[in-house]
Design a protein around this ligand. Structure first.
Ligand SMILES: *Cc1c(COP(=O)(O)O)cnc(C)c1O
Length: 431
């Protein structure tokens, strides 16, 4: 008899973003299998994957084309390095990413997580300014948005704006300037005063995900791009969450016709199959690093599993499926349906505000005593009703796979609404 995974977990694991004391007080849900938009637990119970397995899954689980691409790749090679060697999948994927990315992005640097994609953009931007020299070497700080999230490595945390996650590390972080989300006047004020010391502005375009699904007013991204140009500052767009269709277009930048100097991609890049990330940049930035070896203008950065062949195979198949299934086109009526369904949720007395763009949804339950763990209560109620959702504080997040059926979408919203009512009732009893 193999040991019980729930017991082994309780005995040995430490989970990300998890208070282990609470974790060890509840039996963990063990996911064994999945199919399309459904996760299946060790007792065979099915759940709608309401957060796309943490915002990654795109075309559903066990998609035949992506499964097959991985099987085919494993018969060739599972891993070979990008340091000093290349391979067909990495090269083809780079060309295809450049083809679909906003105009002007022509170079692809791989890594393996969203945090590293952002970290790389920060380091590249900084080194680029240093190597330009003269006035530009004074450009040593960054501007980020309040409530920003760019990952958990120290560089990415430095440009993070979520106090709960980031404040502890303050002594370890580099200096930055924090701008008010969605407020172009505040960005202008900051760049007017310190713009000549700023390397780059980094932001999540259109929607700040982990900050609580904060939706920017239309025109904000465009305005920030223009401000960056005016003050000679580079623009890093972190589309780790918004990329690959999540806001209704392949990339969020497209909606305001913006080309950043750096584009960070991860999460959906392999359809939610493998850890892979990419930092795209322009030919101008790339050329700033060219020189003889002994000039040491090399970008000295690279992770061991960078550009992993299995991950690249999954990413290529992911892009193929976008084409063969016309994913973006077929997503549009689902977005309209979702918006309609959310009108009902927004009208619920327990709900303060619903924020959404595309299939990124935040249902804000307002301020509650943290000890009540409102978001967690909703998660548990949703589980009993057959859906997996994960809150950000008191905001319930829905982020279904783009391939979700209209029927499952309706069920997901219904389960969420019912769970919010039930959670509010149990919270009342607990008080
Ligand atoms: C999730 C996320 C990251 C970090 O990605 P990891 O793969 O978890 O390191 C960075 N930026 C944004 C916008 C994200 O949503």
């Amino acid at each position: 008899m193999p040991a019980d995974p729930a017991q082994l977990d309780q005995d040995h694991l430490w989970h990300p973003f998890t208070q282990q004391q609470g974790w060890s007080e509840e039996a963990p849900l063990v996911i064994e299998r999945a199919e399309g938009s459904h996760l299946i637990d060790s007792d065979g119970r099915r759940y709608i994957d309401g957060h796309s397995s943490l915002w990654c899954n795109v075309h559903g689980h066990r998609h035949p084309a992506i499964d097959q691409a991985l099987r085919d790749q494993i018969d060739r090679v599972a891993h070979s390095t990008m340091l000093g060697l290349t391979h067909p999948g990495a090269a083809e994927l780079a060309a295809r990413l450049v083809e679909i990315a906003p105009a002007g992005l022509s170079r692809v640097f791989y890594s393996d997580s969203g945090s590293t994609a952002a970290e790389i953009a920060l380091k590249m931007a900084f080194q680029y300014q240093q190597q330009r020299g003269g006035e530009h070497s004074r450009r040593t700080s960054f501007v980020h948005l309040r409530e920003a999230y760019h990952g958990d490595t120290i560089g990415s945390v430095s440009v993070g704006g979520i106090d709960l996650f980031h404040a502890t590390y303050k002594p370890l972080l580099f200096e930055t300037h924090a701008a008010e989300p969605g407020d172009a006047a505040d960005m202008e004020r900051i760049l007017s005063s310190v713009g000549d010391e700023v390397t780059a502005v980094i932001l999540e375009p259109l929607v700040q995900g982990a900050g609580g699904i904060i939706v920017h007013p239309r025109g904000y991204l465009r305005a920030v791009r223009e401000l960056c140009d005016r003050f000679g500052v580079l623009l890093i767009c972190d589309e780790v969450a918004t990329g690959f269709g999540r806001t209704g277009t392949m990339f969020a930048c497209e909606q305001e016709d913006v080309s950043p100097d750096f584009l960070c991609l991860a999460k959906g890049i392999t359809g939610g199959y493998m850890p892979l990330a990419a930092t795209l940049t322009t030919e101008a930035i790339y050329e700033g690093f060219l020189g003889a070896a002994e000039e040491f203008r090399t970008f000295f950065h690279g992770h061991t599993y960078t550009g992993n062949p299995l991950a690249c195979a999954a990413a290529l198949a992911n892009l193929d499926v976008f084409e063969s299934e016309r994913t973006i086109e077929r997503l549009q009526p689902k977005i309209r349906l979702l918006e309609e369904l959310l009108e009902g949720v927004a009208a619920m007395p327990e709900v303060v505000e619903v924020r959404s763009r595309g299939v990124m949804v935040g249902i804000d339950l307002g301020a509650h005593d943290p000890a009540l763990r409102m978001g967690h209560r909703v998660t548990n109620e949703a589980r009993e009703r057959g859906a997996i959702v994960r809150p950000l504080g008191n905001t319930v997040v829905l982020m279904p796979p783009l391939s979700i059926s209209e029927e499952d979408l309706r069920r997901l919203v219904q389960i969420t609404a019912d769970s919010i009512v039930a959670a509010a009732q149990t919270a009342d009893l607990a008080q």
